[in-house]
Ligand binder design. Structure first.
Ligand SMILES: CSC[C@H]1O[C@H](OP(=O)(O)O)[C@H](O)[C@@H]1O
Length: 335
């Protein structure tokens, strides 16, 4: 099976994206030459996943330098473009972190800014490998050294990161140790990151899975079909509350009711030390038609409106362990 190609990269003068909206039907890269085209790509989830957004944000600052030189921008135009990039999606802390880290090196020139993007990507891949090891160790130590039935939500694999993945990185590590019986993949409406992306990555990795509708997750868990749930995170408050793809809270509640572990996997940089609790995490609200349309056709009354939060917040008390590159820890005290 092939390795999943990188979600985002730098060509030397442009940002290169694997357009995730085309998966699983098409594996297609696109070159982005304008900051506002990158903002649009982030907004339509052509590139997505907190760590991948951080890398894209850093390379986006490099893109702003190239575009500014090409189009003769003044300082205010440059700073405004970087601001639009930073604000493209509000929930994942990594996007702002990546933009800020790169912006801090602008005075040192293009190559220094590009090097920030490379460094974030390299650090993320190392972190993901460590998260995989720590998460698999924690799970097998508590559930027994046997093949397990794992549930995951959304996509937390190589497509959402620099490589390997966070929660999916734990699943990959369990698989490498021969300890995955089956993965239940929540389809993750409305944009189907689970059925389109996680299923694709698991198939590529030769890991057996079943896609399920999000509404099946609680029954699957409470019905005794799952040994452990592992999910990612977009932002974690200082008290351990976790913002992640909408539907994550339901999985956590079902796990608590069923008495099975609910594991959050994320790099330590996902923790926002300035945020006391999850109440302050900005939750992205997305367009009504993502919910109301299916394959471009309205499937609700034409006057229908939608409620479309892209994320929800799981209280720290429902998290069995937070697994970072530093290890596994009880919630509220990031490892
Ligand atoms: C490895 S973090 C992935 C994280 O990002 C996803 O959100 P989106 O697809 O909207 O970028 C989801 O919350 C995943 O857990």
């Amino acid at each position: 099976m092939g390795a999943t190609p990188r979600a985002v990269g730098w060509t030397g003068s442009a940002v290169q994206l694997l357009d995730q909206t085309l998966l699983p039907d098409q594996l297609a890269s696109v070159e982005i030459h304008r900051v506002d085209d990158l903002v649009a790509a982030i907004r339509r989830l052509a590139v997505r996943g907190a760590p991948a957004l951080g890398i894209a944000g850093a390379y986006g600052v490099a893109l702003a330098i190239v575009q500014a030189a090409r189009e003769g921008w003044d300082g205010s135009a440059f700073t405004a473009a970087v601001g639009r990039l930073r604000a493209a999606r509000p929930t994942a802390l990594a996007l702002a972190q990546g933009v800020d880290a790169a912006y801090a090196r602008v005075d040192d020139g293009l190559e220094a800014v590009v090097a920030v993007g490379h460094a974030i990507a390299d650090a993320d891949e190392r972190a993901n490998r460590a998260i995989g090891r720590h998460g698999a160790d924690w799970i097998l130590a508590r559930l027994g050294d046997r093949p397990l039935r794992v549930l995951t939500h959304c996509n937390t694999g190589a497509l959402a990161t620099a490589a390997w993945g966070t929660a999916l990185g734990i699943i990959r590590e369990l698989h490498a140790r021969g300890r995955v019986e089956l993965v239940y993949v929540d389809e993750t409406r409305p944009l189907l990151q689970g059925s389109r992306l996680t299923a694709w990555e698991l198939a590529e990795a030769g890991i057996d899975y079943r896609v399920q509708v999000d509404a099946a997750a609680a029954g699957t868990i409470v019905g005794g079909l799952v040994d452990v749930a592992v999910v990612g995170a977009d932002r974690i408050a200082a008290n351990g509350d976790v913002a992640n793809k909408v539907g994550t809270l339901g999985v956590a509640l079902a796990c608590a009711h069923a008495g099975i572990p609910f594991i959050v996997a994320a790099s330590a940089s996902t923790v926002d030390p300035d945020l006391p609790s999850g109440a302050g995490i900005p939750i992205e609200r997305r367009a009504d038609d993502e919910v109301l349309a299916w394959s471009g056709r309205l499937v609700a009354p034409k006057e229908a409106r939608a409620h479309n939060p892209a994320f929800d917040v799981t209280p720290a008390g429902l998290v069995s362990a937070l697994v970072t590159e530093h290890g596994a820890s009880p919630p509220g005290s990031p490892a």
